[in-house]
Design a protein around this ligand. Sequence first.
Ligand code: 13P
Length: 244
Amino acid sequence: MTRSLLLVGNWKMNHGPRAARTFCADFERHKLPTHVRCWIAPPFSSLAALQDHTSLIYGAQNVHWAAEGAFTGEVNADSLIELGCSFVICGHSERRNLFGENDESAAKRAEAAITKGLNVVFCVGETSAERNSGHTQAALQRQLAALSANTLGSNKAKLIIAYEPIWAVGTDRTPNIREIEAAHASIQKFLAGRGKSEVDILYGGSVNTSNIAEICAVTSVAGALVGRASLEPDSFAELAKILA
Ligand code: 13P
């Protein structure tokens, strides 16, 4: 039986409402293998344009933990649900490194989302300094340790982990297969120790048409979190077709 795989396109700060709709219309023309699910994460400002206009599963790139209140610039889970989102990305390294988020805030966002029934793609990954000093596992475990028992135990929605080495994001550098296997094994082991034995783990960081087959052939890789290669409908569809 062919393993089911998930590709999540993180558009970051690309594609306004019009471009997002055009993307979906073009993407939906592609015939994709049924065992590969493709989700997209447009910017907040493009979500409303997709509601009732696409059959694609879409989600947001962040969420605030509070139900509502004085939090300028933030968006709550209820609004995302009302906009038709199925999932949210939490703890992306760009949020952590460029916008001051940390393990605790990322984990709080994940808990709020999952409690409301939004699936969570929770990102973890090491810096190149951490990798070079042999601290990859410790970095991953520190980030995962922030996840609450409510998040890990929730059956309202799915927790998906994305292993994204920070040095591989946007750089055209990727870890080798053994490094991906080791990181995924360490994530699996840590979560199993917290009572969560079944968890899908994606790989993210410079995924493209040349490396996706090899990466997704790794048994512990449940799919990919894709940045640049998800921005054009043809290239995102091509990633799925390669996995046929
Ligand atoms: P790139 O695929 O552009 O390296 O981005 C990866 C990423 O950050 C996805 O969340």
